[in-house]
Design a binder for this molecule. Structure first.
Ligand SMILES: C[S@@+](CC[C@H](N)C(=O)[O-])C[C@H]1O[C@@H](n2cnc3c(N)ncnc32)[C@H](O)[C@@H]1O
Length: 238
């Protein structure tokens, strides 16, 4: 039956919508429980992977690249295709989103990408000092309300974690549409003393565009369609 205005106004109560949502999430959680490329609570490697990503999971001695706040993992999967000689780990706290990236990686038979479900707060529980060679942060939540700025993934509190797991001279990249978050990030990176910091407020019309690799994340797609410019920076950790 087509959805008319009358049927739309008599749509089921919100509680039913919540059930529909969980019905969509449930198969994704079931996928994650079985998927070899998803590490989450309850799986044996989850507790023992620190310092052993290449030895115990990827089985190749390649550089490890993290995508933080990866959502559905478009960037991790995209980069893994472009750089088969590197290993990629998409990290997000939301399992239903990670499942989408995991399935895509399986369809493409990509062995150099994995997904880790955790709060980034606990990054050091999963990576040894100097284990990571590069970090991407793609369209993180802006947390623009003052009380929440500590949750920004470029807050000094998080930057210290990145410094701990990143090799000396390792790159950090950030893409966002949010100017307030971007300005905050530039300031907090300068304050902790990074090097080789370059940035643009409009990646798509910048000399740095080649660093985009032609891969759009889901949020990047949404914001660029609305005409928002993409802000981008990269820097090295000492
Ligand atoms: C706006 S979405 C962006 C997703 C994806 N990078 C993209 O561009 O489409 C932000 C993501 O960050 C995740 N996130 C925010 N804070 C986090 C944290 N502290 N630890 C893990 N994930 C976090 C959220 O779950 C969400 O999936």
């Amino acid at each position: 039956m087509p959805l008319t205005f009358d049927s739309a106004v008599s749509l089921p109560a919100p509680t039913t919508n919540i059930k529909i949502l969980s019905r969509k999430k449930q198969p994704r959680f079931e996928h994650n429980a079985q998927a070899f490329n998803v590490l989450e609570v309850g799986k044996p490697l989850y507790e023992n992977i620190k310092g052993k990503w290449n030895e115990s999971h990827f089985l190749t001695p390649n550089p490890l690249i993290l995508e933080l706040a990866c959502g559905k993992g478009e960037y991790s999967v995209g980069l893994a295709q472009v750089f088969p000689e590197k290993n990629f780990i998409g990290i997000d706290v939301k399992g239903d989103r990670l499942a989408v990236g995991s399935k895509r990686a399986m369809q493409l038979d990509l062995k150099n990408v994995a997904f880790l479900r955790t709060n980034i707060e606990f990054l050091e529980n999963f990576f040894e000092q100097d284990e990571v060679s590069e970090i991407w942060i793609t369209f993180p939540d802006p947390f623009n309300i003052k009380k929440r700025t500590k949750r920004r993934l470029t807050h000094a509190h998080f930057l210290e974690k990145y410094r701990s797991v990143l090799q000396k001279g390792g790159w950090l990249h950030l893409k966002t549409d949010n100017r307030e978050l971007f300005d905050f990030s530039l300031e907090s990176l300068q304050a902790i003393g990074v090097t080789d910091l370059v940035h643009t407020f409009d990646l798509y019309s910048s000399d740095l565009y080649h660093e985009h690799h032609g891969i759009k994340t889901r949020f990047e797609q949404i914001f660029t369609e609305k005409g928002f410019p993409v802000h981008y920076l990269r820097c090295r950790f000492l």
